[in-house]
Design a protein around this ligand. Structure first.
Ligand code: 0X9
Ligand code: CA
Ligand code: CA
Ligand code: CA
Ligand code: ZN
Length: 412
């Protein structure tokens, strides 16, 4: 962007900001960004239980988007919400500037749209036919294919090798995660035959990558004149896919029953076609009574965390999680976190959630299942979901060693 264009963009952003901040006689904004400092985990559970949208947590400071009703409820409960700004105005500021319809904003074209993602996967399959198999696990609410790329030697044959699953983009606006899955695809296809570690994993594992679990939401997030800060899928008012999994679904105040909430769990477990499709695929990997997938990472942004189940309870051990099993999660989680500089913890240490993917993967299938919350670390508000595309290469490569640690563990 040239200087003049940059100044125009800045001026446009100011106009939008000014326009949204004091619209004469207009409704109050529906979504306001707040910070709550010095929270303990019980207070974070209260925030999550209200159905407000927790964007990030760092050293007890929670960044949260709340509706006026949610904000009133939280303040009435004694939580000190300090207002950062109107979400739509803040987003307008981030996405201001020229853009091609349906593409990422000017300057962020390094991110892949759904069409570009589909093309990259086809190209990887075309260029590396011996070690790839491209298919889909099903379709989204709006009919987009939920792509699955398998990477392994003799990819067309189901061999007796540990299967490892990587899923990305359950949450629409977490675009950096789609790039993470694409980076895994590129690294294990392009590096095959030249990089000894990559070659060894491709020869001894079946690597399964689903780069976008929520393509409808991701496309919707970029389809307007600016980033929308959209989280859910695009079925009705939208379901939070990471509250829709069928393990202790809706059990524990870690999701919302209100369709307007950003953490709406849906009307029933697996009501979303996207979660149902991914779960159906994982269920189908039980061969002769044995689940073939032994390890899994679901990538999210942001906060730079490595998280493990259970999320529905603060207890370290529970039915289906012995002390030894909890210990293994902590050990592998800490090892991966030591490699990428993230912070390792049980997911409920952040706040309680129910119906998440990790609880289902472990609770139903005993798959060693982690959530990574990627870059950035800090509580950057909505901007945290939209790092400049210059961050794609460093922030995805940052997880190479952690991915390798999990691939190694999958054989143990
Ligand atoms: O809330 C989520 O679904 C994940 N965070 S995000 O900001 N990407 O939405 C975290 C899920 C991990 N589980 C728990 N915190 N219990
Ligand atoms: Ca850029
Ligand atoms: Ca193989
Ligand atoms: Ca197999
Ligand atoms: Zn997420």
């Amino acid at each position: 962007m040239g200087t003049t264009r940059r100044m125009l963009a800045a001026a446009a952003a100011l106009l939008l900001l000014a326009g949204a901040a004091t619209p004469a006689g207009a409704q109050p904004p529906d979504r306001v960004l707040y910070e709550v400092r010095g929270t303990d985990s019980a207070q974070r559970d209260t925030i999550a239980r209200s159905g407000a949208d927790v964007l990030g947590v760092r050293d007890g400071t929670v960044t949260v988007v709340a509706s006026p009703a949610q904000a009133r409820e939280l303040r009435a409960g004694g939580l000190p919400l300090s207002e950062i700004g109107d979400v739509d105005a803040l987003l307008a500021e981030r996405g201001a500037g020229k853009r091609t319809a349906g593409d990422f904003p000017a300057g962020d074209e390094g991110y892949h749209t759904y069409a570009e993602l589909s093309e990259e996967l086809s190209a990887a399959a075309r260029e590396h036919p011996g070690i790839t198999r491209l298919s889909s696990v099903g379709t989204s609410a709006q009919g987009r294919a939920l792509h699955l790329l398998k990477i392994s030697d003799n990819a067309g044959t189901d061999e007796a090798e540990p299967e490892v699953l990587f899923t990305c983009n359950q949450h629409a606006r977490e675009h950096l995660t789609t790039e993470m899955c694409l980076h895994i695809v590129q690294r294990f296809t392009e590096g095959y035959g030249s990089d000894p570690a990559v070659t060894n994993f491709v020869d001894t594992r079946e690597i399964l990558v689903i780069p976008s679990v929520n393509p409808d939401g991701a496309e919707y997030d970029i389809a307007g004149g600016e980033y929308r800060g959209w989280r859910k899928n695009r079925q009705g008012a939208g379901t939070d896919l990471n509250r829709n999994w069928d393990y202790r679904w809706g059990c524990c105040g870690g999701s919302s029953g209100n369709p307007a909430s950003d953490t709406y769990r849906g009307p029933s477990p697996f009501s979303a076609p996207e979660t149902r499709a991914v779960a159906g695929f994982v269920d189908s990997r039980v061969v002769d009574g044995t689940q073939q997938i032994t390890a899994h990472i679901d990538f999210h942004t942001y906060s730079e965390l490595v998280l493990w189940p259970f999320g529905y309870t603060h207890d370290d051990t529970a039915e289906g999680m012995t002390a030894e099993e909890a210990q293994r999660f902590a050990e592998v989680g800490r090892k991966m976190a030591a490699s990428n500089g993230y912070t390792p913890q049980q997911s409920s240490d952040l706040y309680v959630t129910d119906g998440t993917v990790n609880d289902w993967m472990w609770g139903k299938h005993k798959i060693l299942s982690f959530t990574f919350e990627m870059y950035p670390r800090g509580a950057g508000g909505l901007d945290g979901f939209y790092p400049p595309d210059e961050q794609i290469a460093p922030q995805t490569a940052r997880n190479d060693e952690a991915v390798d640690i999990l691939l190694a563990e999958a054989g143990a």
